[in-house]
Design a protein around this ligand. Structure first.
Ligand code: FE2
Ligand code: FE2
Length: 147
C-alpha cells in the first residue's frame, strides 16, 4: 500500500471510531431524556444515531473496498450526561469536533488526488456527503438548544 493510502486508512479508521462512539452515545442518551419535551428530543436523537450508522458504512467501504485497508472495530470516547441540556451540549461539541477532523481528511485526500486516480472522486464525494450531514446535525442540535 502507498503512503497516502495508509495515511487515509488510518485517518478514516479514526473517523470510524468517532462514528461508532457517536451512534452508541446518541442511543444511550435517548434512553435518559425525560420530561415535557422528551418525545421530540428522543426521536431526534434516534434519527441522528441512524445517520451515524450510515456514515459508519460509508467509511468502512472507503477503508476496505477503495483503499485496501481493514476497518476498525474499536470505538472512540463516549460521555455520560444527566439532563437534556447536557446531552445536547456534549453532542453538539462532538459533532463540531467530527466536522473539523473530517475536513482534515478531506484536505489530505485533495492534496494527494493525483496519487489516487481511481478512488479520489469517490472518497471526495463520500467525505463531503458525511460533512454535510454533520453540519445538519450541528444545526438541529443548536435549534433544540435554542442557539
Ligand atoms: Fe457521522
Ligand atoms: Fe453526526
Amino acid at each position: 500500500m502507498e503512503k497516502i493510502q495508509r495515511e487515509l486508512v488510518d485517518m478514516l479508521n479514526q473517523a470510524l471510531r468517532l462514528e461508532h462512539a457517536a451512534r452508541i452515545q446518541y442511543l444511550a442518551h435517548a434512553e435518559l431524556v425525560k420530561g415535557i419535551n422528551a418525545e421530540a428530543v428522543i426521536g431526534r436523537l434516534k434519527e441522528l444515531a441512524t445517520d451515524e450508522e450510515k456514515h459508519e458504512a460509508k467509511f468502512r467501504e472507503l477503508i476496505g473496498a477503495y483503499l485496501g485497508g481493514e476497518p476498525t472495530m474499536e470505538m472512540g470516547e463516549t460521555h455520560r450526561e444527566q439532563d437534556i441540556e447536557g446531552i445536547l451540549n456534549i453532542n453538539l461539541k462532538n459533532e463540531k469536533e467530527a466536522i473539523d477532523f473530517y475536513k482534515e481528511i478531506y484536505r489530505k485526500a485533495k492534496d494527494h488526488k493525483d496519487s489516487l486516480p481511481y478512488v479520489f472522486e469517490r472518497i471526495e464525494h463520500e467525505l463531503r456527503h458525511v460533512i454535510l450531514d454533520e453540519q445538519e446535525h450541528v444545526t438541529e442540535l443548536s435549534l433544540l438548544l435554542g442557539l
